[in-house]
Design a protein around this ligand. Structure first.
Ligand SMILES: *[C@@H]1O[C@H](CO)[C@@H](O)[C@H](O)[C@H]1NC(C)=O
Ligand SMILES: *[C@@H]1O[C@H](CO)[C@@H](O)[C@H](O)[C@H]1NC(C)=O
Ligand SMILES: *[C@@H]1O[C@H](CO)[C@@H](O)[C@H](O)[C@H]1NC(C)=O
Length: 457
């Protein structure tokens, strides 16, 4: 990857030299060609780590799967009503947000199609069905929204933490966003990333104490947990807010066990700034970072945590300045950092973007929309979902799980999970792009599938 950046610099250097332009352009193009050839070779050598079987299964995940959903016929209105208020054309997003839409069952399939790991699913075992109700090992819908996954090498288990949502969805006041009372952070454990056992609420809301950060009428979103090797503690960070999102803080809690209970420490405005959607990223060298939307979601901020992971340090960089991104999810592949973000449209789905950087503190460069398949509106709405985490998988290099939430603002507890395969690189199946064309960054792709499973067991 570093090669590419060196090349990028030299490219800018040579091609901006001006003067005798024509031979220079030819030279640059030749260089480009050679470079992308070299790049392809480089990528191919990475490929040899996969067995033939894995490669076959991998390419199944990279099949482009189309969706053919149609907008329903507009409902009949009296001519009088139509005259009074001409109706603007309905969009897929309107249908998605409309509880009585004929497409409701497309976006929110009902209980009958629930994914249930307790049943003998035959050939359907281990299949993810994005958008369907997903049951835990007790037969209850998994409640872990805005979540993230920790792989714990000590117990060799995956732990999924998220917002436990239950009870009525309501508006705190006229202009307030749809909400539910805070119940707490849930934890589910799994060995296979498909069968999930409920480990209970590991950080519970405060029922009575109105001055407490975790008071049920406040906001607790996007909890993420990492493990600190030095202290042995499991450390949770989360977005803490009041119902009007004016507190804009991060909260910290710690536990001796991945399954809690977590002890809530405090909240603060990191680096003195407002902070809303956030995530954590723990790098290979053990340094962990907090990434959060700030300055009223205009920018993202990133900075390393201290050694114990219970506070930020003074070091902070502003990234993706003025780009209005939220819901960050970071991952790393072959030394390059990647981040998926969403736009800021509250519960309504929007277009995901992927950003890349050679150094975690930046500069970060926006590459584009990673979504592939479905149809145009699926790709422009992140498959009617919003990213929350990217799960690294050890078995197959270049394969990750993209975790997203399909929010249901009419009934937030019935929000769904959209998990899809995310791949990095993979130029073998794709011709190198010459869009002047050199692939400065490896392609990050999230493939839509109605059902899919991991290529190894
Ligand atoms: C499972 O797959 C096998 C082999 O493809 C097939 O013969 C069998 O009918 C399938 N079973 C079910 C229940 O679909
Ligand atoms: C309520 O929460 C605040 C803030 O955490 C704390 O200082 C106070 O002691 C709590 N009150 C009770 C009665 O627990
Ligand atoms: C939130 O804003 C509304 C309307 O401005 C106000 O009535 C309410 O008191 C505020 N609530 C909090 C918790 O700040």
């Amino acid at each position: 990857m570093r090669v590419k950046n060196k090349f990028k610099e030299s490219f800018i250097l040579h091609c901006n030299a001006g003067g005798r332009l024509f031979p220079l352009v030819i030279g640059c193009l030749l260089f480009l060609h050679l470079f992308s050839f070299a790049h392809q070779r480089y990528a191919q050598s990475g490929e040899t780590h996969l067995s033939t079987n894995q490669r076959t299964q991998f390419s199944i995940l990279e099949r482009v799967e189309e969706e053919n959903i149609q907008l329903p016929q507009p409902r009949k209105r009296s001519t009088r009503a139509a005259k009074r208020k001409p109706k603007r054309p309905t969009t897929f997003i309107d249908e998605f947000l409309d509880e009585s839409s004929q497409l409701r069952n497309v976006f929110f399939p009902d209980q009958r199609t629930a994914v249930d790991s307790r049943k003998d699913n035959g050939n359907d075992t281990y299949y993810y069905h994005p958008g369907r109700i997903w049951l835990d090992t007790e037969g209850n819908p998994i409640q872990a929204h805005g979540g993230g996954i920790l792989y714990d090498s000590r117990t060799k288990m995956y732990y999924w933490y998220g917002e436990y949502k239950d009870g009525p969805t309501y508006h705190a006041h006229k202009k307030g966003a749809a909400r539910v009372d805070v119940i707490g952070v849930s934890c589910y454990s799994s060995k296979d990333l498909w069968t999930w056992k409920n480990e209970g609420i590991v950080l519970a809301a405060e029922e009575k104490n109105e001055t407490h950060d975790l008071y049920k009428l406040n906001v607790l979103e996007r909890p993420k947990v990492i493990h600190n090797e030095k202290t042995g503690k499991y450390v949770m960070w989360m977005h803490i807010d009041d119902a009007n999102y004016t507190k804009a803080s991060v909260g910290v809690a710690i536990s001796d066990l991945p399954t809690g209970p977590f002890n809530y420490l405090y909240s603060k405005r990191s680096h003195g700034y407002d902070s809303r959607d956030m995530t954590l990223f723990k790098d290979d060298d053990g340094v962990a970072y907090l990434i959060y939307s700030s300055e009223h979601n205009k920018d993202l901020h990133i900075g390393p945590l201290n050694e114990e992971y219970i506070d930020v340090t003074e070091s902070m960089r502003k990234i993706l300045i003025g780009q209005h991104r939220e819901a960050p999810a970071l991952f790393k592949h072959q030394g390059t950092y990647y981040m998926i973000t969403s736009g800021c449209t509250s519960w309504s789905p929007n277009e995901a973007l992927v950003h890349a950087s050679e150094s975690i503190m930046g500069p970060w460069e926006t590459i584009g929309n990673p979504c592939i398949g479905g149809n145009k509106i699926f790709r422009l709405t992140t498959f009617f979902a919003q990213g929350t985490f990217v799960v690294p998988l050890s078995g197959v290099p270049g394969l990750f799980i993209f975790m997203a939430d399909r929010w249901n603002p009419a009934d937030l507890k019935d929000s769904r999970y959209v998990w899809l395969p995310l791949t990095v690189g993979r130029p073998l199946d794709h011709r190198p792009e010459y869009s002047f064309g050199l692939p400065l960054w490896s392609r990050v792709s999230i493939y839509w599938h109605k059902k899919w499973r991991l290529p190894y067991r």
